[in-house]
Design a protein around this ligand. Structure first.
Ligand code: URA
Length: 434
């Protein structure tokens, strides 16, 4: 078999066989197939799609590119969550310690930023010393002892996704239903949780910009989960405007800490509680999502979630003083507040433009492995539907160079659109697939 023939076959819109998919994944994982051929195939898949059979086989091949854990031997039940990616989506930082504090262990393999969407690992690394490269043994040990792990893909777990994820980020091949579904589900299968909650984002700042595509992605992932015997539920949630206020690695981490302390933006807090509630229901600790949400809220209010997050930081080598004294986080050199240019109702805050601007400021990558600037980002003050008066604070830019700051200010101003007539707030949810 030759890789070039597989690329040509997909380029010409034919279905790949299981053998061809496995040949690609195994060869790419072993380093025998170069990045340029993998990029060409990823682009052909993005343009021509895959059938549901191909996607399932791709997912299983990726999941089995490394070790597949069985966490049922480690903890009574482990529930995992995964978001399809959004702007300001720092949900895992609040949900995982909350669920864990309620008694449900969470061992989660997260990702780095992808395109305009941020990644949990990049956010966590803004805490000095925080290790995101745990070995499988460390993963299991930590899950057993403190009931929470947030780590990156080790070389042992779904390494094919680890390699493809970084490649897709810089080759314009993120927005593809089969590639997203296989990326997420291969990681979830390899990490061994018995139940999986998927947060499928839809809107301007999501990889799926319309509800139909988001539903299709959700249904495909739920089907794959069931195929491998994992209880899987997907929630369709809004990503037209940024979630919460902060966009940018360290800024988001600090906003998550505020939320763990009982503050934080209302939409973000609500979203975290809903997701946590569904995870608790999936894990059998709550009768349903609503009861789970109440449990999660109780854990958050009494400080159990924050305490569990501190345990996590400590266990993974992070400097815990950053959890207790958020003033310690390094700051960008230039912090500029921008005022509302006109009175009116906010009609749109284009999350995609906000996400891209965070990357432009240095918060994301242009090439595989590029270093990122943890300090930069944008704090959006308002939500669609809000009434604002000229001169109100609209957003704040955190930058480390004047030129980028100027450009960012212009883009973010244009990302805010206005109406003289009242505008309905955007709902947080569009439905559930199970
Ligand atoms: N999250 C992932 O893990 N993979 C994707 O492809 C998109 C979001």
């Amino acid at each position: 078999m030759r890789m070039v023939d597989i690329i040509i076959k997909k380029r010409d819109k034919y279905e790949l066989s299981q053998e061809e998919i496995e040949f690609f994944i195994q060869g790419y994982t072993r380093g025998e197939i170069p990045d340029y051929q993998a990029s060409a195939l990823a682009m052909a898949i993005l343009l021509n799609g895959m059938t549901s059979r191909e996607t399932k086989e791709l997912t299983l091949a990726m999941a089995h590119s490394g070790e597949v854990l069985d966490l049922s031997k480690v903890v009574p039940i482990a529930v995992d969550k995964h978001s399809t990616g959004g702007v300001g989506d720092k949900t895992s930082l609040v949900v995982t310690p909350t669920v864990s504090a309620c008694g449900l262990p969470v061992g989660k393999m997260s990702g780095r930023g992808l395109g305009f969407s941020g990644g949990t690992l990049d956010k966590l690394e803004s805490i000095p010393g925080f290790r995101i490269n745990l070995t499988t043994d460390e993963f299991i040990q930590q899950l057993k002892t403190i009931g929470i792990v947030l780590t990156g893909q080790s070389a042992d777990l779904a390494p094919a996704d680890g390699k493809l994820y970084g490649l897709r980020d810089v080759t314009g091949t993120v927005q593809s239903i089969p590639l997203i579904a296989s990326s997420i589900m291969s990681k979830k299968i390899a990490a061994g949780a018995q139940a999986i909650l998927l947060d499928v984002k839809v809107g301007l700042g999501a990889f799926m910009t319309n509800l139909e595509d988001a539903k299709q992605l959700a249904e495909l992932m739920v089907e794959i989960g069931k195929l491998v015997g994992r209880k899987t539920v997907a929630i369709l949630s809004d990503m037209n405007q940024p979630l919460g206020h902060a966009v940018g690695n360290s800024l988001e981490l600090q906003e998550a800490l505020d939320t763990l302390r009982g503050d934080g933006p209302d939409d973000f807090r609500e979203h975290c509680l809903v997701i946590a509630g569904h995870m608790l229901a999936l894990g059998g600790l709550a009768k349903d999502g609503a009861k789970g949400k109440k449990m999660a809220e109780d854990a958050l209010v009494v400080g159990k979630s924050l305490a569990r997050f501190r345990d996590l930081v400590q266990a993974q080598g992070g400097d815990v003083s950053y959890v207790d004294e958020p003033g310690k986080f390094a700051k960008a050199k230039l912090i500029r507040e921008v005022e509302t240019p006109r009175s009116g109702y906010l009609k749109e805050i284009n999350a995609c433009e906000v996400g891209k601007t965070a990357v432009l400021l240095g918060g994301g990558r242009g090439q595989k492995g590029d270093p990122i600037d943890y300090t930069v980002g944008i704090v959006i003050q308002h939500k669609v539907g809000d009434w604002l008066t000229t001169g109100d604070l609209l957003f704040t830019i955190h930058a480390n160079d004047e030129k980028r700051l100027k450009l960012a200010k212009q883009i973010i101003l244009e990302a805010h659109r206005w109406s003289d007539d009242p505008v309905k707030p955007i709902p947080l949810y569009y439905g559930i697939v199970d």
